[in-house]
Design a protein around this ligand. Structure first.
Ligand code: UD1
Ligand code: UDP
Length: 389
């Protein structure tokens, strides 16, 4: 039997973090020929992860443009990824999550009748606009792929509620926990990987660190301004230092630089590479974020997460009491942080290490599921509806 061709498509930082364990697990299977295509939806953020994971993509579309709009990014990507599908003719395409890259990867494969496996399937906030466009992307991907690899039981249940065939849904755990364990162990073995944080640790000197990340599109504008105000007020405490590795989107850097530069007690850095971020997470007292991946990682380290959103597609942390939704209202964010800072019992209730998102073995399960999926695909005679003219 010829080796079966798998094409893994990724484009942003979180996709790279969550897919490198999968790519490794697949590459260890000798019966598979694994190719990776990065769209380059992100550049610097993506390259940071590719470097640390020793991942050299087979194809790099290098699509990022500064300040890209969803329209132009999507349009460029449909054409470029369509060509890749035609040239590679994979048996199975793998996409992850809910980015433009994941959606267009699934769409261009669908046009050609190629089966798609979706890693981290079934996340739903229940609100089409929060997060936007990710909730729409996930729902659209969920309708056109054949293999749904859900991280948790509740994600699987969301798919079943949408009448997805249960036989196509498998609960795997989230590969972000595989990545986190791998990174934590590598830092323990080679501390120099994250030694760039030493000067920051010295500056923080005994104060409690609030680690902040923000980049959600629906928080642009007023939300960002309000988050900035909250950070300023939190940093007024002399027992606190804020560490804020800033996402390079101009919609984030513009207002944040304007509102936070020169504010005391706030350490703003460029995005940290994964080892440095994982070390920062381990040192943090509280995590304040609107990120999806950070919501999954922080509980594994026993860090309370205050989620600067009104909804989440990751209810497991909320249900366990280790995450709280605080929105973007400055008063509400400051009150939640103050509560955790001043009330030891409240802090202890949230600071419990647990890992509802995975056990660190998700990638191996997905590799097994890929092999199983290929058996189904063997007899597939779907030719799609045509991509290229
Ligand atoms: C994207 C994803 C979002 C994901 C986030 C992870 C979509 C629609 N959005 O949002 O789901 O949570 O990535 O971080 O898929 N930029 C750089 N360098 C980089 C990356 C981004 O300069 O390495 C700047 C560029 O100006 C770029 C802008 O950020 O145009 C926006 O990037 P984009 O991927 O469109 O959106 P994100 O907000 O990063
Ligand atoms: N991350 C990182 N450096 C940073 C901030 C985040 O390496 O400065 C990692 C983090 O550990 C997590 C992932 O990036 O695994 C989350 O990506 P992001 O918040 O950009 O996207 P989301 O998860 O919201 O889609």
């Amino acid at each position: 039997m010829r080796s079966r061709r798998i094409l893994v498509v990724l484009g942003t930082r979180p996709e790279a973090i969550k897919l490198f364990p999968v790519i490794r697990a697949l590459s260890a299977r000798r019966e598979l020929s694994v190719r990776t295509c990065v769209t380059g939806q992100h550049r610097g953020l993506l390259d940071q992860v590719l470097a640390i994971a020793d991942l050299v993509p087979d194809i790099d579309l290098d699509l990022m443009a500064a300040g890209q709009s969803l329209d132009e990014l999507t349009a460029r990507m449909v054409v470029a990824l369509g060509r890749v599908m035609d040239a590679e003719r994979p048996d199975l395409v793998i996409v992850q999550g809910d980015t433009t890259t994941a959606f267009v990867g699934a769409l261009t494969a669908h046009y050609r009748g190629i089966h798609v496996g979706h890693v981290e399937a079934g996340l739903r906030s229940g609100n089409l606009w929060h997060p936007c466009p990710e909730e729409a992307n996930r729902r659209m991907i969920g309708r056109i792929v054949q293999h749904h690899w859900a991280a948790t039981d509740s994600a699987a249940a969301a798919l079943i509620a949408e009448t997805t065939d249960p036989a196509t849904i498998h609960v795997t755990g989230n590969t972000v926990i595989d990545a986190l364990h791998w990174m934590r162990d590598r830092i323990a073995a080679t501390p120099s990987l994250a030694a760039g944080l030493d000067p920051i640790v010295e500056r923080i000197a005994g104060r409690r660190m609030v680690l902040v990340t923000t980049h959600r599109r629906e928080n642009f504008g007023e939300g960002m301004a309000s988050i900035a105000m909250a950070i300023r007020r939190i940093a007024e405490r002399d027992d606190v230092a804020v560490l804020f590795p800033m996402h390079p989107n101009p919609q984030v850097t513009g207002p944040m630089d304007a509102l936070l530069s020169n504010a005391p007690n706030i350490i703003i850095t460029a995005p940290l590479d994964y080892p440095h971020f994982v070390r920062a997470l381990a040192l943090a007292h509280i995590v304040l974020t609107d990120s999806g991946g950070v919501q999954e990682e922080a509980p594994a380290f026993g860090k309370p997460v205050l989620v600067m959103r009104e909804t989440t597609e990751r209810p497991e942390g909320i249900a366990a009491g280790t995450a709280r939704l605080v929105g973007t209202d400055a008063d509400r964010i400051v009150a939640a942080v103050t509560d955790l800072m001043d009330d030891k019992a409240a802090y202890a209730r949230m600071a419990r290490a647990h890992s509802p998102f995975g056990d660190g073995h998700a990638a191996a399960r997905i590799a097994d599921l890929v092999v199983a999926a290929l058996q189904v695909i063997e007899g597939n005679d779907t030719r799609g509806c045509g991509g290229a003219a």
